[in-house]
Design a protein. Structure first.
Length: 603
């Protein structure tokens, strides 16, 4: 008995101690979501390498943790402090939003700048709190406590180093050596960068923008998302955009599969690209996309990815994939001078986005002359914004993408002779102004420049307050229990009606068009575009026919033997709907033939 006890004691002594780990709010929210999704405590603990009791404690405090996340607590915080309120608390929330915006733009932060911004924010909001102190000095002691509360570990910098310019110039030469040693082709070199976009913002001088300034509370024009855009040095591969929004399930995307969107959709409470989101994009989006591109071009899958030192870019990316080498741009104030995506790509993309939005508004007004621009703008949702983002990114030319690499890789620019004539910035601006005139909006060239620059400007106190209001409004909207909208689905009868209307419109165009070749080309393009929908329609119709045949067969089998033939015939006859569909006659170019397609009325 004594020996057994000794062996038991020795086993306890030699058992390795569990390593203590700090769990941040992001990890806690992940546990809560897994638990609320139906996963049990033991499975969550095994997956994350934690004890069941730790997971259980976090799940029990779910309500408190969610409140801190809603209150803009940084997701990297590892402690939950006592509830705080008042002017200083609100100032610190807005200050954190401002700092994250500056860090996202790779703008160095100094202690002096942070303290000055804190004093400015406090002066702007103290009027809302009657008991607030009249003065706030933002002392070093306050900053030390603030840094501990929010879990800020980044070192704040002083003034820009005098060697920044020299370091930036030498980086281009160093990159040239890396490209030469690695044998990278122009098509294998990529750069991606984040940019903010106020997707529902109008130029400041328009009537809609003026009306929104006078409104109290939430302003849709301040609703911001973050895009990750990138392309290769040859300009022939534009990476599908990554879009990060502050809501996981916005109302505008209900019933729409996010996987089918023309962007990679991700969410984050602050609508920013975090390390977790970037790693997910890198593995599940970027790698498969560029590997497919290399296979189609018949070139080796060997990629050189150039990034800036934004906090959302993991420093260990170079170890993630053997076929992808990652090089970081120098961390200084002159990075924007050589970052390819900042050399006109972002600005041109935003101009194309505004043009696509204005064109959509003009088309809506043409369809309904009684509609006003403000009516269109009220109905303009995030879904429409996403579609226009895809249009704008697609409109960006190869010329524009190649010219963006001149500062970083001048060796590629020297052998570039140009492609077909491209739209100049002036031509794009002119088209936007014509559309604005058509919409009766008071916009000029200076307004366009101001609108494009406003997406990258430093956030003012008013902007920060309105962004906070945006977040609160979205949280309240998601929390409100509204009936779930029925998911989108194809209905056979509706599809046949749509085909009929399209064919009717094409028949009208044929009657008016004296150029038979032109109409034939358009007709063929329409048929090719509708081929995917026709395939869906035919599959649904065949399924419906099989179901109808089975029902008829069952009814016929169940009929008594003494029944009359005429009665049996009536029982077995299924009702059908004759749908007229116009199809192209291959033998006679532009002629349209009418055919009848039977479909079951039960669908």
């Amino acid at each position: 008995m004594i020996m057994t006890g000794k062996r038991h004691t020795d086993a306890k002594i030699t058992q390795p101690k569990r390593k203590r780990t700090k769990i941040d709010l992001e990890m806690k929210m992940k546990m809560i979501k897994k638990y609320e999704g139906g996963q049990n405590l033991s499975a969550i603990a095994r997956e994350l390498g934690l004890s069941v009791s730790t997971v259980n404690t976090i799940v029990k405090n779910a309500a408190r943790i969610k409140e801190h996340v809603k209150g803009c607590a940084p997701l990297k915080s590892t402690i939950i402090t006592k509830q705080r309120s008042g002017a200083i608390y609100e100032m610190e929330k807005l200050l954190m939003m401002w700092m994250e915006d500056q860090i996202r733009k790779c703008v160095p932060l100094s202690l002096m700048n942070i303290q000055a911004k804190a004093r400015s924010l406090y002066e702007d909001i103290k009027g809302k709190y009657p008991t607030a102190c009249q003065s706030f000095v933002a002392s070093n002691g306050w900053f030390h406590r603030f840094k501990n509360r929010v879990g800020l570990h980044n070192k704040v910098s002083g003034d820009a180093a005098s060697g920044d310019v020299a370091a930036t110039e030498s980086f281009s030469a160093m990159l040239k050596e890396i490209i030469k040693e690695g044998g990278y082709l122009q098509q294998q070199i990529f750069n991606v960068d984040e940019t903010g976009l106020f997707w529902k913002k109008m130029p400041s001088q328009t009537c809609i923008s003026e009306e929104e300034k006078e409104m109290s509370g939430f302003k849709a024009g301040k609703d911001r998302l973050t895009l990750l855009l990138g392309c290769n040095a040859s300009g022939c591969c534009k990476v599908k955009p990554l879009l990060v929004y502050h809501s996981e399930n916005p109302r505008a995307l209900k019933g729409i599969s996010k996987a089918t969107l023309p962007v990679y959709y991700r969410s984050n409470p602050k609508a920013s690209v975090t390390v977790a989101i970037f790693e997910d994009w890198f593995f599940n989006c970027f790698i498969p996309e560029v590997e497919k591109y290399c296979r189609e071009k018949g070139i080796p899958f060997k990629i050189l990815l150039i990034l800036d030192n934004a906090p959302g870019h993991p420093a260990h990316l170079d170890d993630f994939h053997p076929n992808v080498k990652v090089v970081f741009l120098p961390s200084n104030n002159n990075t924007l001078l050589i970052q390819p995506m900042e050399q006109g790509v972002m600005a041109n993309f935003k101009a194309y986005y505004l043009r696509a939005t204005f064109a959509q508004a003009a088309a809506a007004l043409d369809r309904d002359p009684n509609q006003m621009v403000r009516d269109f703008w009220k109905s303009y949702s995030l879904y429409h914004g996403i579609l226009n983002i895809a249009k704008a990114w697609q409109a960006l030319s190869q010329n524009c993408c190649i010219s963006a690499w001149k500062s970083l890789c001048p060796q590629f620019a020297c052998c570039f002779n140009g492609f077909e004539k491209d739209e100049t910035c002036e031509e794009v601006a002119e088209k936007i102004l014509k559309l604005a005139e058509q919409l009766e909006l008071d916009v000029d060239g200076n307004d366009l420049e101001e609108w494009i620059e406003s997406h990258g400007q430093e956030l003012t106190s008013e902007d920060l307050l309105e962004l906070e209001a945006t977040k609160v409004a979205e949280i309240q909207a998601e929390a409100s229990k509204e009936p779930e909208e029925e998911p989108k689905r194809f209905i056979t009868k509706e599809m046949s009606t749509a085909f009929l209307e399209i064919a009717s419109g094409m028949a009208r165009l044929e009657k008016m068009d004296p150029n038979a070749s032109r109409f034939f080309k358009v007709q063929r393009g329409v048929d090719e575009s509708l081929a995917c929908y026709r395939e869906i329609y035919e599959n649904k119709r065949k399924t419906a026919d099989r179901s109808s045949n089975f029902i008829r067969k069952t009814e016929c089998t169940s009929q008594p033997a003494i029944s009359q033939p005429s009665t049996s015939h009536k029982t077995c006859t299924a009702s059908a709907v004759q749908v007229e569909v116009y199809l192209e006659d291959d033998h006679k170019g532009g002629d349209i033939a009418r055919s009848h397609i039977s479909s079951s009325s039960s669908i």
